[in-house]
Design a protein around this ligand. Structure first.
Ligand code: AMP
Length: 399
């Protein structure tokens, strides 16, 4: 393993795994280029050393081979503009054309390979496919934190073919540095905010956080499984019946460990899952039949915001309500504002990827929190204490 800052890329061809899984509209225009911008420092470091860059990524979830809407060629104009050079493109990530383009690649040039997932071998972590990818480069850089929890050919297996020339890019490095900030030597009070649809996705992290945090704030759809486990009436709110025991156990665990577990005292409720539904507010323990809780209510907003503002370390993953609909986005906005305030007052705030990152970006608060992670699943798995294959493949000599 090596450190990217200590590596001289002069005369080398660097195979860089980036996360260019960007959203495209129906005309293949990029609607959010955050992931491209995130990779710029790593690419520029290689180019300015006098190296050449071979970019590889996945885009979307193609099922059976190539599909126009998942082609990475749509990114070529944006990349060419970003780097002030004509970015070359290989119509297949492996094979004769890619090999020839890579062979002819000159220092300062960039080659983008077609979507890795057009080959099933990518997600299977096929060593022969990884070997073919590796054959066209001298050094491997992994800068795709969002897929670091996957043992795919390009994210992990390919590292085997570069035992002395493999390293993390700047995105990966800063993701890990920031994740460690909420796991080790945290400044207190430490508050975790967990939202989103389901508890089942977040059980492990909630359990792990119980040993670390002072306050555990619950919001979103998962709140109602807690409310029901606590004896409340939740109408037709989202609930995971098979997780009621678990929710009750988590409530007990919090009590034992002295963690303040906060469930929304009130909710914004609706008579249908729609922005046009009738809307009301009530106690979360007394939601009328046929009504559902779709956001935290005004009292919960206020108590949550107070706790967040008084915190020195904050981890936030998952929205407080159905924030995609304007009638149910107020709770998520209130939490985002409180996180911004706490950060301004000297606290450290890490926003987990996925929907909470989208909410913070949408509100224009990305620069006013400490760090917005690019990795949803990868960040959660790292927090749960799991080894990320993409990280292990770089850090371990024997991988
Ligand atoms: P997750 O992917 O688990 O973080 O969940 C995010 C999704 O949860 C978003 O699409 C929200 O619309 C949804 N969500 C949040 N609160 C609720 C709720 N009270 N009822 C139903 N869905 C919700």
């Amino acid at each position: 393993m090596r450190n990217i800052d200590e590596y001289n890329f002069a005369g080398k061809k660097a195979l860089v795994r980036v996360d260019f899984n960007v959203p495209l509209d129906e005309n293949y225009n990029i609607t959010d280029d955050n992931r491209i911008r995130a990779a710029v420092p790593t690419i520029n470091k290689i180019l300015s050393d006098g190296g050449a860059v071979i970019l590889m990524s996945h885009l979307g979830r193609p099922k059976n081979g190539p599909e126009e809407k998942f082609s990475l060629k749509h990114l070529v104009p944006r990349l060419s503009e970003e780097f002030g050079t004509t970015v070359l493109f290989a119509n297949d990530c492996v094979g004769v054309e890619a090999a020839k383009l890579a062979q002819d690649l000159q220092p300062g040039q960039i080659l983008l390979l077609e979507n890795l997932r057009f080959h099933k071998a990518e997600e299977k972590g096929d060593p022969d496919f990884a070997k073919d990818l590796a054959a066209i480069a001298d050094v491997y850089v992994n800068d795709a934190f969002g897929t670091a929890h996957r043992e795919h050919a390009s994210t992990a297996v390919v590292a085997r073919y570069f035992p002395n020339d493999k390293m993390m890019g700047y995105v990966m490095q800063s993701e890990l540095t920031n994740a460690r900030r909420v796991l080790e030597n945290v400044e207190r009070p430490y508050t975790a905010i967990m939202g989103g649809a389901k508890i089942s996705d977040k059980i492990l992290i909630i359990e792990r956080l119980m040993d670390k945090v002072d306050n555990l704030i619950i919001g979103g759809g998962m709140s109602y499984t807690f409310v029901k486990a606590d004896g409340g009436e939740i109408g037709s709110s989202l609930v995971e019946m098979d997780k009621l025991d678990l929710a009750a156990r988590l409530i007990g665990m919090a009590r034992e460990k002295g963690v303040q577990l906060m469930i929304p005292v009130d909710s914004v409720i609706a008579d249908a899952f729609s922005n046009d539904a009738n809307v009301d507010t009530c106690l979360s323990h007394h939601i009328p039949p046929m009504w559902m809780g779709l956001d935290i209510g005004p009292n919960a907003r206020e108590t949550y915001a107070d706790v967040i503002r008084g915190s020195k370390t904050i981890l936030w993953n998952g929205p407080m309500g159905v924030f995609e609909m304007s009638n149910f986005s107020v709770g998520t906005e209130a939490v985002a504002e409180a996180v911004v305030d706490a950060t301004r007052m000297g606290g450290y705030s890490l926003i987990g990827g996925g929907d909470s990152a989208a909410a913070v970006n949408q509100l224009g608060y990305a620069d006013r929190v400490s760090y917005v992670s690019t990795g949803g699943g990868a960040l959660l798995e790292y927090m749960e204490g799991k080894t990320l294959p993409g990280v292990a493949a770089i850090e371990r000599d024997d991988y």
